[in-house]
Write a protein that binds this ligand. Structure first.
Ligand code: TXA
Ligand code: MG
Length: 336
């Protein structure tokens, strides 16, 4: 496996062309997007898509996002490009929004896990944009991590998780958004928010002028509506515990008493005396989201026994962060 550094703002030709060549030959390549690193391959070639599932150890019922260069390329993968999709594309693309729409037969079943819909996104990271421009096909790309593990927000996180399992990593350093894209399903009667992200339900509703619904539960008919939404997901190795500010010091003390070192991720400046490492991410949701996975990766690398995270406020602006934290903290359920 090769690791090629690349400038996040002005990506150089050399690494881009090396990546494009590998992808044209049917290889799989990790590349930065503004959210997290993706593990990309030719979305129109089922054999390549199988390689992506195998490298991640991901079950095949969990569909992938097709990354395309612009909304025309998105519409070309859609059997019927909804008017709502066009409006959201004009407002949020390129950017961290994924839209689920009816698919054309050119999208192989392995990409969509047999669903009649396909998830599509136009990423805005300059490296992702430049790479897609060099390719005559869309890139199927899940997050570039082993199944159920933490998403990578830096090239070195990809190397840690997937070394030896993929052909190339384009390493552009940290990703600016830090959590996965918002996923909205536009294939039904009303838009459904399948995964919260930095683009909020409120922002989507402002553009569409209608309310977004919550995902319906598994009905046994098709694959699950948001098949990636297994409870335990986005998980570091250490146990993750959420604590309200007023109970944080006490949780840290009692976990520390049980043995092992303790890491803390805070919103505000906090100083529980028994913590071995404290990372303060700040009180703005976007700033916290940008640093979250990186902080979890760092604490995992330190080998802490538990990570105590200051629970974010109930405000909707924190929905995406709260979603990822509750999945990371959930140790009762196993992956579906
Ligand atoms: O920010 C992101 O979205 C990153 C970067 C690399 O673009 N990608 C990412 O991919 O997070 P992944 O595979 O880890 O998550 C894709 C999500 C999953 O929850 C999956 O179930 C959902 O999108 N999804 C994909 N196709 C779908 C479909 N046809 N219907 C419903 N959900 C779908
Ligand atoms: Mg993922």
């Amino acid at each position: 496996m090769k690791i090629l550094p690349i400038d996040p703002d002005r990506p150089e030709k050399g690494p881009l062309e090396a990546a494009a060549r590998l992808l044209r030959e049917g290889g799989i390549v990790a590349f930065p997007t503004e959210t997290v690193y993706g593990l990309g391959g030719n979305a129109l070639d089922p054999a390549v898509v199988h390689k992506i599932f195998a490298a991640k150890g991901r079950p095949s019922f969990n569909p992938l996002i097709a990354h395309v260069v612009d909304s025309d390329a998105a519409a070309a993968l859609s059997a019927e490009w909804p008017e709502q999709a066009q409006r959201l594309a004009e407002r949020f693309w390129p950017g961290p929004l994924t839209m689920v729409v009816p698919k054309t037969p050119t999208v192989p079943d392995v990409v969509t896990a047999g669903l009649s819909t396909v998830a599509i996104r136009v990423p805005r990271h300059p490296v992702a944009q430049a790479l897609l421009k060099l390719l005559p096909f869309p890139l199927a790309a899940p997050s570039a991590n082993r199944y159920t593990q933490l998403s990578p927000t830096h090239g070195r996180h990809v190397v840690k998780g997937l070394a030896g399992r993929i052909d190339l990593v384009l390493d552009a350093g940290p990703t600016p958004v830090g959590i996965e894209s918002t996923v909205v399903d536009l294939s039904g009667h009303a838009p459904v928010l399948l995964r919260p992200g930095s683009i909020t339900a409120g922002e989507i509703e402002d553009v569409l002028g209608v309310a977004t619904g919550a995902p319906r539960s598994f009905d046994g008919e098709e694959a699950r509506p948001a098949p990636g939404n297994v409870r335990r997901h986005y998980s570091p190795q250490a146990r993750v515990v959420l604590a309200r500010p007023e109970e944080l010091a006490e949780r840290v003390a009692s976990l520390s008493g049980a043995g092992g070192s303790i890491g803390v991720i805070g919103i505000d400046e906090i100083a529980p005396s028994d913590a071995d490492r404290i990372i303060v991410l700040g009180s703005a949701p976007a700033e916290f989201a940008r640093g979250l996975y990186s902080a979890l990766h760092e604490l995992d690398e330190l080998g802490v026994a538990a990570i105590v995270v200051q629970a974010p406020p109930e405000d909707p602006a924190w929905n995406a962060v709260r979603d990822r934290l509750s999945r990371a903290a959930d140790d009762s359920a196993t992956p579906g």
